[in-house]
Design a protein. Structure first.
Length: 133
């Protein structure tokens, strides 16, 4: 198994619904976050990506590692794996789509089929723990 894509994601759940995003030109939703730049820590990646995508600032002191997930990378050749390191964290500012993000949505577990394979694993994890309804 080869880790082809190293990503960090923000897990933001409110009232049993999780924040998800749709990038312009894409048909599958992804959790906010993105690929690590060379030399960045998990939290540095999280802060940069969330600011770029959602125009809010992650409260660094509140960032807590939830879990790391691996799955087949969506739209990539078989065997290419995405590793998603997930964090919960507070934020400051007003959520709004920015840069490549076309839409923000709040998904429940019933929307699992609308997200990427690695996000589906995250949905399962959160649902099993009673966090995602």
């Amino acid at each position: 198994m080869v880790i082809a894509i190293d990503k960090v994601a923000w897990i933001h759940v409110v009232d049993g619904l999780i924040l998800s995003t749709l990038s312009a030109g894409k048909s599958v939703y992804y959790l906010p976050g993105g690929k690590r730049e060379p030399g960045e820590s998990d939290v540095q990646t999280l802060v940069r990506e969330v600011r770029e995508e959602l125009s809010v600032d992650i409260v660094v002191a509140s960032a807590v590692h939830l879990k790391t997930f691996q799955a087949q990378a969506h739209g990539r050749p078989d065997g290419e794996i995405v590793q998603m390191t997930c964090y919960t964290a507070g934020y400051e500012g007003d959520l709004k789509p920015d840069n490549e993000i076309a839409e923000l949505v709040w998904f429940g577990y019933a929307d699992r089929h609308r997200v990427s394979p690695v996000d589906q694993l995250i949905f399962d994890h959160l649902h099993e723990r009673g966090v995602l309804h």
